[in-house]
Write a protein that binds this ligand. Structure first.
Ligand code: PMP
Length: 409
């Protein structure tokens, strides 16, 4: 089992005081904290070998290029992908938009259907709304059951020969539900549809193997997995990537340029026009090293343990709060959304903050799920990572009790 007490020593921010209390950071689904190793990689780049990549013959540029490309290799290996199928992006949102603007615009036609779910983050919904409107396609949605799972009994009705793309989150950022993407992918492919996975919440918290899943596209963000903001990755199956046109044009992504035309560079940098986010890509590589050393099986097992503990102790508050998501902790990630009919989630978040506890309150960029399906104005959400402890879960429970007292409940 992971030892969170040891892990915590690597995260300087966990010693910060908030309103005179030591920070209890339970907003990991929004963004994770960063270990010294990642912070040091960033400063080492800027202090020692800051330079542009791919085009220099001088020592610093060669070193920056080596580090930038070796980070790509590490990240690709982490999800079992070939490194020439892994594009650096700004994050999950940017990756999904790239697929929509390149492959989507050219391949989704009038009459086609795009199958999504009711639990998608806006990042995996709005780009498809725009594309469907532009190209005359129709959006369909797999419903969410009362317990917070996908209602897969609907899949063979919703998935038809008209379905061109199935785009699904592997883990809900509101309910924590882990969706059976491998099985959905198999059924999508059987009908000739393509499969995109929003892996923003899954890649940081569980082993993800694109070869095993068989998906065509998979996007994730560095900042939710110990890495810096502003960088993420998009995996695209090689045979599809070879047919796709870049959406951004300029330096680095070209091979030969004349006054009137240009040819594209090799994969994947043909999709990385301009000076890329070098420092953050290299530091994401360090985050990958950190997680690889811990072992993603271990990361998932620890989070399952902590979620089991949290769901158990939170039961004591079930008269005052409704807790959402599948009760079985093996089928969900370390994300717990809850709601009190009496106290607005923003008020809960504010009172907890006064006690040094950071949680999130809102619609979590999943308005159709929170406002629509669950029928709530917002939820409060606690989300855990490798450095959170049972003591912190206890502090959450105590603080929620104090919140109830504060509001005279
Ligand atoms: N999808 C899911 C499931 C997410 O949780 C998030 C981040 N909250 C995103 C997509 C978007 O990620 P980013 O903001 O890093 O692009």
């Amino acid at each position: 089992m992971l030892n969170p007490k040891e892990i915590r020593k690597d995260f300087p921010i966990l010693n910060v005081n908030v309103h005179g209390k030591q920070l209890v950071y339970l907003d990991n689904a929004a963004t994770s904290q960063k270990p010294n190793q990642v912070i040091d990689t960033l400063t080492a780049y800027y202090r020692n070998y800051n330079s542009n990549v791919h085009r220099g013959v001088h020592t610093l540029s060669i070193k920056a290029t080596e580090q930038y490309e070796s980070a790509r290799e590490k990240i690709a290996k982490f999800i079992n992908a070939p490194s020439d199928s892994l594009i650096y992006t700004k994050g999950t949102t940017d990756g999904i938009n790239l697929v929509a603007h390149s492959w989507g615009l050219e391949n989704i036609e009038s009459g086609d259907e795009i199958l999504l779910t009711e639990m998608e983050h806006h990042s995996n919904l709005v780009p498809w709304q725009i594309l469907a409107e532009k190209n005359g396609a129709t959006l369909k949605f797999i419903p969410v059951t009362e317990s917070g799972a996908l209602d897969l009994s609907q899949l063979n009705i919703l998935l038809t020969s008209k379905t061109k793309l199935v785009a699904i989150t592997q883990m809900s950022n509101v309910l924590g539900t882990i969706n059976p993407v491998k099985e959905i992918c198999r059924q999508a492919h059987a009908l000739g549809a393509y499969m995109l996975i929003d892996a923003a919440q899954s890649v940081p918290h569980m082993p993800v193997d694109v070869e095993d899943i068989g998906c065509d596209f998979l996007a994730f963000s560095s900042h939710k997995m110990l890495g810096p903001t502003g960088i993420g990755c998009l995996y695209i199956k090689k045979a599809i990537l070879e047919t796709m046109n870049p959406v951004n044009h300029g330096g680095d992504m070209v091979k030969e340029v004349t006054l009137n035309q240009a040819t594209w560079n090799d994969l994947p940098i043909r999709f990385e026009a301009g000076t890329p986010n070098i420092a953050d890509a290299i530091a994401l590589g360090t985050a990958i090293d950190y997680l690889t050393e811990l072992g993603m099986d271990q990361v998932q097992a620890y989070e399952e343990h902590l979620t089991t503990y949290a769901l158990d102790v939170l039961k004591g508050l079930s008269e005052d709060f409704i807790f959402y998501g599948i009760p079985d902790p093996t089928k969900r990630g370390a994300i717990i959304s809850f709601y009190s009919p009496e106290i607005h989630p923003h008020d809960i978040g504010t009172v907890l903050d006064r006690q040094g506890i950071a949680i999130r309150a809102g619609h979590h960029c999943a308005m159709p799920l929170v406002n629509g399906r669950l029928g709530l104005p917002a939820t409060a959400r606690a989300s855990f990572y490798i450095y959170n402890t049972e003591e912190e879960v206890d502090m959450l429970v105590d603080s929620l009790k104090k919140t109830l007292q504060y509001f005279n409940r």
